[in-house]
Design a binder for this molecule. Structure first.
Ligand code: C2E
Ligand code: SIN
Ligand code: SIN
Ligand code: SIN
Ligand code: FE
Ligand code: FE
Length: 395
């Protein structure tokens, strides 16, 4: 390092390149990379101005700068019209002693600025994603030390930009996987719901009932610690699958307009275990075993159990029935009652509430029925808002 360069550094009290390297290596976003370069680069290079230019499709985005007077911060120019674009397109550094003598420079853009000389280096030369510019107010050819410092900063920034891109593509891939899973679940659920009614809003309504009931329990600090906000979210997401097993029930039973005989009902009852098996299979095929699947399986398997032990498929009793199944039972029956089915007409909200109260401690968990009574107006609002009319639109 030249004596002159050293004295420039001392005058401006720069942070060290080690600080710069450390900060850049820990940057979690492009914003942090930009801020770090703005903070450190100008005194390290010994320039009157520094810009950090991001490649934005076919344009250069002058994203950040640190200069003795304003340059082009925030502006975007076509790659072909600016020197940073030239540097990225040609994958090489460029040094210009007299900018007004160089045809690659858009003179009009420089006239309002202090710039007389510049150096521009691409960030990630093999596939440029950005460029860093250094500018001087007096006409001069930058020294080797200045240029190699600028190149070094660009190299460190290149690693940081690549890291940030990798991390964000991992996050995107994970978000994408979550969205794909939710889309698959809803697709499976809509397959199941067409078995229950034409428009299939039953399964979507049940997820809202279950959440409304669970949120009220949570507000009253009931069923802690089992019932937390995470479980409420899982209940909401997995409720649409409660009747997925109905896909395996023959139409002659499923769609029978009248009452099922004992044999037919025996077949119908298998939908609970079929649902459990279908979700287990999806879980195995996806190679995951998150809490989502645990709750979804519990709901499918236990939503027809009854508090007094007279339900199916296993005849579980009281708190042997998992809480998600006990919650789903109320949501499911409420919606079945107020909806028209091939085998029965709809009944009014108040009558449905009356039937559920009548089953307190028989079909349903008595504590849940007590809370249901208070939340019932919300159930009615959900039903009205997501009715089976084609143009209903809550959610
Ligand atoms: P679903 O129609 O969704 O009904 C879910 C649950 O709501 C029923 O479970 C039952 O507990 C309750 N529920 C439905 N309608 C009434 C009612 O009019 N009065 C009372 N007190 N409760 C009612 P369940 O009985 O285990 O039935 C499970 C599924 O089997 C039903 O789902 C439906 O798809 C089918 N199903 C039940 N009975 C018949 C029937 O007579 N004919 C036909 N075609 N399907 C039936
Ligand atoms: C530059 O050329 O470096 C920025 C200004 C412009 O492109 O107009
Ligand atoms: C509520 O959660 O209270 C509103 C109903 C719902 O969309 O879950
Ligand atoms: C299950 O384990 O997934 C079903 C519900 C239960 O038995 O608790
Ligand atoms: Fe069911
Ligand atoms: Fe159901």
């Amino acid at each position: 390092m030249s004596a002159l360069h050293k004295s420039v550094q001392d005058r401006t009290h720069p942070g060290s390149t080690e600080d710069l390297t450390l900060k850049l290596s820990m940057a979690r976003g492009v914003d942090e990379i930009l801020a770090t370069v703005r903070e450190y680069a100008r005194p390290l290079v010994g320039a009157d101005g520094i810009t950090f230019v991001l490649r934005d499709g076919d344009r250069c985005h002058y994203a950040e700068e640190d200069a003795i007077s304003p340059l082009w911060k925030g502006q975007r120019f076509p790659l072909e019209t600016c020197i940073s674009g030239w540097s990225m397109l040609n994958r090489q550094a460029v040094v210009i002693e007299d900018i007004y003598a160089d045809p690659r420079i858009p003179h009009a853009a420089y006239r309002p600025t202090f710039v007389k000389s510049l150096a521009m280096v691409p960030v990630r030369a093999e596939d440029p994603v950005a460029a860093i510019g250094a500018y001087w107010a007096t006409r001069r050819l930058p020294s080797d030390a200045e240029l190699s410092m600028l190149q070094r900063i660009a190299n460190i920034a290149a690693v940081a930009m690549t890291n940030v891109a990798l991390v964000s593509s991992l996050v995107e891939a994970r978000d994408e996987a979550v969205r794909a899973r939710e889309a698959i679940i809803l697709a499976m659920a809509s397959l199941a719901e067409t078995r229950d009614n034409e428009t299939g809003n039953h399964v979507r309504r049940t997820q809202h009932y279950v959440r409304a009931l669970a949120e009220e329990l949570f507000r009253r600090a009931m069923f802690r610690p089992e019932l937390d906000e995470e479980l409420i979210d899982l209940l909401y997401k997995s409720a649409p699958l409660h009747d997925i097993g109905k896909v395996g029930i023959p139409d002659r039973i499923m769609l029978k307009p009248g009452k099922l005989d004992a044999d037919e009902f025996a077949v119908m009852k298998t939908h609970a275990e079929l649902g459990w098996a279908a979700i287990s299979k999806a879980e195995r095929n996806l190679g995951t075993c998150g809490s989502f699947f645990r709750v979804a399986k519990e709901i499918a398997w236990t939503h027809h159990e009854r508090w007094d032990g007279s339900g199916y498929p296993r005849g579980l009793r009281g708190r042997q029935i998992p809480l998600p199944g006990r919650l789903m039972a109320i949501a499911d029956v409420y919606d079945a009652l107020v909806s028209k089915r091939v085998y029965k007409p709809a009944i009014p909200h108040a009558d449905a509430v009356g039937i559920i109260i009548g089953e307190r401690g028989r079909h349903f968990d008595p504590d849940l029925v007590d809370v249901f009574v208070d939340v019932a107006p919300t159930f009615d609002i959900i039903f009205q808002g997501m009715s089976d009319q084609p143009d209903s639109n809550l959610n």
